[in-house]
Design a protein around this ligand. Structure first.
Ligand code: FMN
Length: 150
């Protein structure tokens, strides 16, 4: 069995996306991720995607290759978050987190902060990783409350 790892990236959308399209994208992603046993979440703000992915290293690497090739966006910053001891989002095959839900739980600021932290030139790789993982742990604690939102 391979290692449990996590990756986070930010990307720039190559066109506009409606909320319905973002939801559909995440539904399609979730269907494939279920087979790959990859979990995580997707956020979109002002033309920028942020995605957090966790799973067995081979599955995450294969998926990242597909995602990098996708012409709908351009991956700009990718951070290898290293080995995990457990998943942060075990029940989320790919949860799209709309901005209004983040605002409702006062998670919008940290969710945007995490995007800034994917730029490893700002703090260096080790600090970026640490900061991203710390925000991921925080968002993970809100899982049940997020699931109860509409
Ligand atoms: C922002 C973004 C996030 C995506 N996330 C996933 C994902 O988590 N899982 C997935 O299977 N596809 C995801 N996709 C779609 C993939 O990029 C790709 O289209 C799909 O996996 C099919 O891969 P293939 O072209 O290699 O067959 C995402 C696409 C975008 C634009």
């Amino acid at each position: 069995m391979s290692d449990l790892v996590a990756v986070a990236y930010s990307s720039v959308a190559c066109r506009s996306f409606s909320e319905a399209e973002l939801f559909e994208l995440s539904q399609q992603a979730a269907a494939r991720n279920l087979l790959l046993e990859v979990t995580g979440y997707l956020h979109f703000k002002a033309g920028t995607f942020f995605q957090y992915l966790e799973g067995q290293s081979g599955s995450v690497a294969d998926l990242m290759e597909s995602i990098r090739r996708d012409p709908r966006h351009k991956v700009v910053n990718e951070v290898d978050l290293g080995l995990l001891t457990e998943r942060a989002f075990p029940s989320w095959s790919m949860r799209y987190l709309p901005q209004h839900q983040l605002v409702e739980l006062s998670l919008d600021v940290v969710a945007e902060h995490i995007i800034t932290n994917t730029d490893t030139r700002i703090y260096g790789v080790a600090r970026s990783r640490e900061r991203i993982l710390s925000i991921i742990r925080k968002i993970s604690q809100f899982r049940t409350r997020i699931d109860s939102l509409r």
